[in-house]
Design a protein around this ligand. Structure first.
Ligand code: PMP
Length: 415
């Protein structure tokens, strides 16, 4: 199946999905693990774990360098993974898919290369108030270096972008717009089509932080016409240490290399180095070969379950969780966007989120508490942090019921 299929009545059997994830059998404090910290990282299915094991037990070898059989097998598997990922996001060319360490690394790559080449004094970079630190700090660093200005699209109380303010901020001074598709702290799904169309009307490229999007909804880079897309393998059932930067060929060719070293060169002399073609120009040094191949398996896994079916199941689950949580007295949601995915953030009365998190932990429920690497966003809401429950395709309504029961217990203990 490809992600262009629009089968939404595909049967999604969550119990059979759960059997693929060995860690879900783990007990925490003697009770079955309820893992609701998926926005931080998802668990891995057997198919991904077996790919890692197979690579290291059967054909571990360096890529692109050897003529021997194992090196050829590793190279083929590595490049096959690139193709799978290109198909998953519907990239026009496989070489528009660059293997990186993850979302953070992908955004840094664009900030340093695009930024170094195209930003001048007085230019502007436009981000939003709900960005992860990974989509703030790299831009701050390059803006400081270039005497450029970082501008921020404000959000409203519901945690939605103020699009009328975006319209005002989007001037020819802006040289790139970098926004998240889905907020990791609030779950807000941003109107990225509108953002891209408006930016393109002024010939401004757009980078989407897709870290919280690709695992929850179909995403087609050509249909979106997005210029750059960054995401992490470990948040989409793949291993840590591997991620993707998608970039339109035209931009990637125009940008200088990021890191120098092996694989990214065409020819080196002490006087001058010429650079390799895409995608290798941006893949200096021995890459995370096993991680890339296993990310290919994670994509296979998502495709087999069906990204539309996953989306439908998770929407049902989140709607269920939202209703159940809303019924808890003194619980208030942080962020109340009309269109949301993946995560629900909340606070209970005046209880500090860490205290809630600790009591949930003792009841074998893993949630995240704190600022979720979005400190400026927390400041806007005048809170130290939130409790965040974030969902993956293997979560169930029974787990939501347990979460609600555990929150009620925390309330009894702390209020
Ligand atoms: N952006 C968003 C929206 C995220 O949720 C995260 C991870 N929490 C990141 C960027 C950074 O991802 P990574 O740590 O995998 O580089």
């Amino acid at each position: 199946m490809t992600n262009s299929d629009t089968i939404t009545d595909q049967v999604f059997d969550v119990e059979s999905i759960r059997k693929d994830f060995p860690i879900l059998q783990t007990k925490v404090y003697g009770k079955p693990l309820i893992y609701l910290d998926n926005a931080a990282t998802t668990q891995k299915p057997l198919q991904v774990l077996q790919t890692l094991e197979k690579y290291y037990t059967e054909y571990n070898s360096n890529v692109h360098r050897g003529v021997h059989l194992l090196s050829q097998q590793a190279t083929e598997a590595y490049e096959a993974a690139r193709k799978k990922i290109a198909a998953f996001i519907n990239a026009k060319h496989d070489h528009e898919v660059i293997f990186t360490k993850g979302t953070t690394n992908s955004i840094n790559l664009v900030a340093y290369t695009y930024g170094r080449k195209f930003l001048k004094e007085g230019d502007e970079v436009l981000i939003s108030a709900m960005e992860h630190h990974s989509n703030i700090v790299p831009w701050q660093i390059i803006c400081e270096e270039k005497n450029a200005v970082l501008k921020v699209i404000p959000i409203d109380e519901a945690g939605e972008l103020q699009m009328n303010e975006f319209d005002k901020l989007l001037t020819p001074k802006v040289k790139i717009v970098a926004v998240t598709y889905v907020s990791n702290s609030l779950g807000t799904v941003n109107p990225v089509r509108e953002i891209i169309a408006k930016a393109h009307a002024l010939n401004i490229p757009v980078l989407l932080d897709g870290a919280q999007a690709v695992q929850h909804m179909p995403l087609d880079v050509q249909e979106l016409d997005v210029d750059f897309l960054a995401f992490s393998g470990h948040k989409m059932y793949g291993p840590t240490g591997i991620g993707i930067l998608y970039g339109k060929e035209k931009w990637l060719n125009d940008m200088p290399p990021y890191e120098g070293g092996g694989d990214m060169i065409s020819h080196v002399t002490f006087a001058k180095t010429t650079y390799n073609e895409l995608p290798f120009k941006f893949e200096a040094g021995t890459p995370d070969i096993s991680g890339a191949i296993a990310l290919g398996s994670a994509v296979d896994y998502i495709q087999q379950a069906g990204i539309h079916a996953i989306q439908q199941w998770e929407e049902e689950l989140i709607a269920y969780a939202y209703d159940k949580l809303a019924a808890i007295p003194s619980l208030r949601f942080i962020g109340d966007a009309r269109h949301r995915a993946g995560a629900i953030s909340f606070l209970i009365g005046n209880i500090h989120p860490f205290d809630t998190g600790e009591i949930l932990d003792k009841q074998s429920i893993a949630v995240r508490t704190g600022h979720h690497c979005t400190q400026p966003l927390m400041e806007l809401f005048h809170i130290p942090g939130t409790v965040r429950a974030s969902f993956a395709c293997y979560n169930t309504k029974a787990e939501v019921d347990e979460l609600v029961r555990a929150i009620e217990k925390a309330k009894r203990m702390l209020e």
